[in-house]
Design a protein around this ligand. Structure first.
Ligand SMILES: Cc1ncc(COP(=O)(O)O)c(C=O)c1O
Length: 428
């Protein structure tokens, strides 16, 4: 490849800057393969086998919570956690307007009314002041979501919750092992909810966990996810807990994969943190429209589901986020957008017509169609970007190549603009 083609934008036929591949995901080891074979041969495949028990202990220790409970996914864990901390039908639950739709659905599906609030424009996480402003006499809980590569301001959230007597359920689906002032995400509020779905940094394909420090919350959560049974003791098997529950259980095969993943996660997190810092510093050095979100100094360990990034259209000389991302993608650097704003999610419009349990009083629910959450909308529509975690497990040189790719595009913003103008003129 000639020097000329390397300096030409890949978008217009030049060579891509990023040549190093990403590390594969998910990562597995021989230990899981051996355990899985043993489990298959043992015939103990359902709940509370030796691997699920061991995983729950190991995960609780990793998070720094007294209890951890395995479950079938990271949506039922939010439902279970909310119910276990005392949220009841008709209560209002405060949720950030930017999260995966499951956070909201979990609350809706236990009969709560979800009140969406705005986010901190730097971290994309719930804004404690916006949460406080949304409190009414019906509010019973707040769900801070530690989203992508930042943690919610847990000092602010715990302060608001404490002053108003509210419960806090942390949606920790994106942050397995993050720490706020050395306290594990998922152990700070009244309960934590984790997802182990395929894309997550700890995964069993599907799966979830609830963490908590209070015995009553643990016993209630156990009964809800385990068809109404109380946790077994050494002397007694399962006894009825006197609570309506479901089957939200984890299998032994999921637990095997999770134990394997857990044995690698501390080292993987260290690599991700180093690479995220390298990328962040590199982008700060070159300047321009793209930067990594500031890391709050109260975060003592950051688990990166993704790198949270900001695109500044003003510095991009009129390029849209999509055009800038297309130029980077051609260079070999794929960056995505955050989720859609929750108040615009198509599932919301389907609830009253098609949910099997349409018990909600529509008049008591926030009017999502008329809602305006300025920070959520700006981040989702124009300025927010996310780089997924598998990139961060790769060689540090990949970060340098990505910085070079961004620098190349930044130096040729006019050419990118001309390229898209020509495409538009040609009607493509
Ligand atoms: C923030 C957040 N909460 C909850 C969930 C739900 O987890 P699951 O897909 O395991 O049900 C997800 C899944 O991606 C998520 O990203």
């Amino acid at each position: 490849m000639s020097c000329a083609s390397k300096s030409q934008l890949a978008l217009t036929g030049g060579a891509a800057t990023v040549t190093l591949g990403h590390s594969p995901w998910p990562v597995t080891g021989e230990q899981e393969v051996r355990w899985m074979e043993e489990v298959v041969r043992s015939g103990v495949w359902s709940w509370m086998g030796q691997h699920e028990r061991a995983f729950c202990e190991e995960f609780a220790e990793f998070i720094g919570a007294k209890y951890a409970l395995g479950a079938s996914n990271g949506t039922v864990t939010i439902q279970t956690a909310l119910q276990a901390v005392g949220v009841r039908p008709g209560d209002e639950v405060i949720v950030p307007g930017l999260t995966w739709v499951a956070t909201m659905q979990a609350a809706i599906d236990i009969g709560a009314n979800v009140v969406l609030v705005d986010i901190d424009p730097e971290t994309f996480c719930i804004d404690p002041a916006a949460a406080e402003a949304a409190i009414t006499e019906r509010t019973s809980a707040i769900i801070p979501v530690h989203i992508f590569g930042c943690m919610a301001d847990m000092d602010g959230i715990m302060d608001v919750a404490g002053r108003h007597g509210l419960k806090v359920v942390e949606d920790t689906a994106h942050q397995h092992g993050s720490r706020w002032r050395d306290q594990g995400a998922g152990s700070i509020g009244d309960a934590g909810s984790f997802s182990f779905q395929q894309s997550k940094v700890l995964t069993s394909g599907e799966g979830g966990a609830i963490t908590c420090n209070d015995e009553e919350v643990y016993r209630t959560a156990f009964a809800i996810k385990h068809v109404g049974w109380a946790p077994p003791t050494e002397t007694e098997g399962l006894t009825a807990a006197g609570l309506y529950g479901h089957n939200y259980r984890m299998t032994e095969m999921q637990a095997v994969l999770l134990r394997g993943g857990l044995s690698r996660i501390v080292e993987q997190t260290r690599i991700r943190e180093e690479n995220a810092a390298r990328l962040s510093e590199g982008l700060a050095r070159i300047g321009g429209p793209l930067r990594v979100a500031r890391r709050d100094e109260r975060i003592t360990r950051q688990a990166y589901y993704a790198v949270t990034m900001h695109f500044d259209p003003e510095q991009a000389e009129g390029l849209t986020r999509a055009q800038y991302a297309a130029a980077l993608a051609a260079e070999g650097m794929g960056i995505g957008n955050p989720y859609e704003p929750l108040h615009r999610h198509p599932l919301l419009g389907l609830y009253h017509e098609t949910s099997p349990v349409p018990y909600r009083d529509a008049a008591a629910v926030q009017n999502y169609a008329n809602l305006h959450l300025p920070n959520v909308e700006q981040i989702c529509d124009e300025t927010g970007m996310v780089l997924m975690h598998r990139v961060l497990l790769s060689e540090p040189e990949l970060m340098d190549e990505m910085v070079t790719a961004v620098d190349k595009v930044n130096g040729k913003l006019g050419e990118v603009r001309e390229h898209f103008a020509a495409q538009e003129a040609a009607g493509s």
